[in-house]
Design a protein around this ligand. Sequence first.
Ligand SMILES: [Zn+2]
Length: 685
Amino acid sequence: MPSSNPLLEVRVPVPFDEVRAEHIEPAVDTLLVRAQEALDAIVASPSPRTYASTLGALDLATNELDYATGLASHFESVLGTPQLREAFAAVTPKVTTFYSQILLSEPLYRSLRELDATEEAKGLDPARRRYLTKTLADFRRNGAELDAIGKKRLGDIDVALSELTLKFAQNVVDATASFELLVDEADVARLEGLPEGAIAAAKKSAEGKGKSGYRFTLQAPSYGPVMTFLRDRGLRETLYRAQVSRASGKGPGGPERDNTAIIKDVVALRREKATLLGFAHFADLVTDDRMAKSGKEAMAFVTMLRDRLQPGFERENAELAAFATKHGHQGNLEPWDISYWAETQRRALFDFDEETLRPYFPLDRVTRGLFEVATSLYGITIERDAAAPAWHEDVTAWAVLDSDGKRLGGFYLDLFPRETKRDGAWMGAVVDRLPGTTHELENVAVVVGNLTPPRGPGQPALLNHREVETLFHEFGHMMHHVLSEVPIRSLAGTRVPSDFVELPSMIMENWCWESAALDRFARHGETGAPIPADVKERMLAARTYRAANALIRQLGFSTVDLLLHTVYDPKEHGDVMEYARAVFGRFSPVPLGSDYAMLASFSHLFGSAYGYAAGYYSYQWSEVLAADAFGRFREGGILSREVGDRFRRTILARGETDDPAVLYRAFLGRDPDVGALLTRLGIAA
Ligand SMILES: [Zn+2]
């Protein structure tokens, strides 16, 4: 046992290089005791209750515990060694029980209601007043008014959900990693169409496993190019079928990594929880404090958008089918043909190949350009932070300084795939600044991705445009956290409703699609030349290509999500996987196969206790907000400091210190409108 445990106190720079699996459980055990003491002190605080002794203390009571468990989760996600997994799994139930008991505590609830009745509470500033109102509602939504039996059941449900969903996420990682497809050296002709970079990566991947030939996996940088470029239909089909059936018991992962039963249990437990709390269904429980306000409203939004897109969706599908037939495709298009023919059609229509752009997106230039955009908009400076230790040699650390030189915080970039790292991309908040409080530190964040790595030592990582977009997106989340000026932890940074949280990230994506911004960072890695004007023009024009399909696909995910968390009932609708497949099918350009089981790897819904469950619609909701808000930048200049400062002041700095609808109006001067998004998609508004 090490004498000093780096997880016991919040430290900046965060000692990422010191944390070991064996620190996790002892630290969490100690911090659980300390957090409980802090909660007990709130209850014991003398009358009359004050903000500082009750709600203010509650805001900070779990600061250290959140930090330690946040780091444990981070290490489990990015390193995922068996020791880390085991340590994280060991603390997860205790921590979940603890958190769910906070909101179940009768004495705590009583203390806050006593505060609510004081003169001080009536005179609180709007942010603290909002925090009090929201906290009381949180308590009610978490069963504060239930009897003892109800509370016990609720606690058990939360523990079960966190265990089941952790297992779900691990099954997805393991099932994904269990699959490989090897193509013999002698069969290299089968790789026709595949970009040179993808072929080199497949060779390197095989070598890494001590094998010859070419190795393909279900990880995005390997899977994506195969589906998009490879001529060989048979290989595409094999990879596609593996991808959509992983962790379903019938595909990669096998029966040991089958998520089917987990999904059934999770949906049932969520429904039970909602009923226990007096909501019609889980979607109503989740949306109660969101912008949408109810499951019905969320569903109405999804249906409205789908109806607007339907004619465009059908037109795009008919055009693709006709194009494929004309160019020699026999029979109907199958799911594994869509990306390939879409890319072929896109090239024919716009005459540019996504892969030819890679040399213009070397990671270091892209990040530098991204930081310059942030400087133009917000007046901040981002520089390397050589003193901050990291958790892996690929990780880089950065400091964020305000225009007056004051250090606001820092962030880390961990951008390349590793075998035991979770897939996807995300931003994680690690430390909060809390300006003007006794806990004032810095805002610290991690930005994690699985982008195309360098081909070899000393070579640059060359990204495709979608990866550039992902980087901008996560950077936007990071700005929301790092530029937060909120002194109340619970309302700071990205702790906002999930149908609002994607606004700062999605709006950032727009800068990868603006000529003036692209010229700053899209430069050839060797020659420094910008993307040739005609290529850039065609690339930007291609943004609306099959835009209805892209959004309909997302709306399909949202619809499955909302249906599972509102009306779905196994007695009436039968097997959950088949039910979901039928719904997904209504949003697919071609019929789906009977092995389609994408639900089994849908980590957004089932990879954490709540995650994006009944909230996937938030992405499209935020997309409407972001497209509409970006219009202000388009009017005022896309690198306008004035508009940037306004966005920073009204949105990024404010967390949830006011109703998101009010914050949005403060920036834009009106309510959101769907027109800007439809126009951007090339669909008449
Ligand atoms: Zn996001």
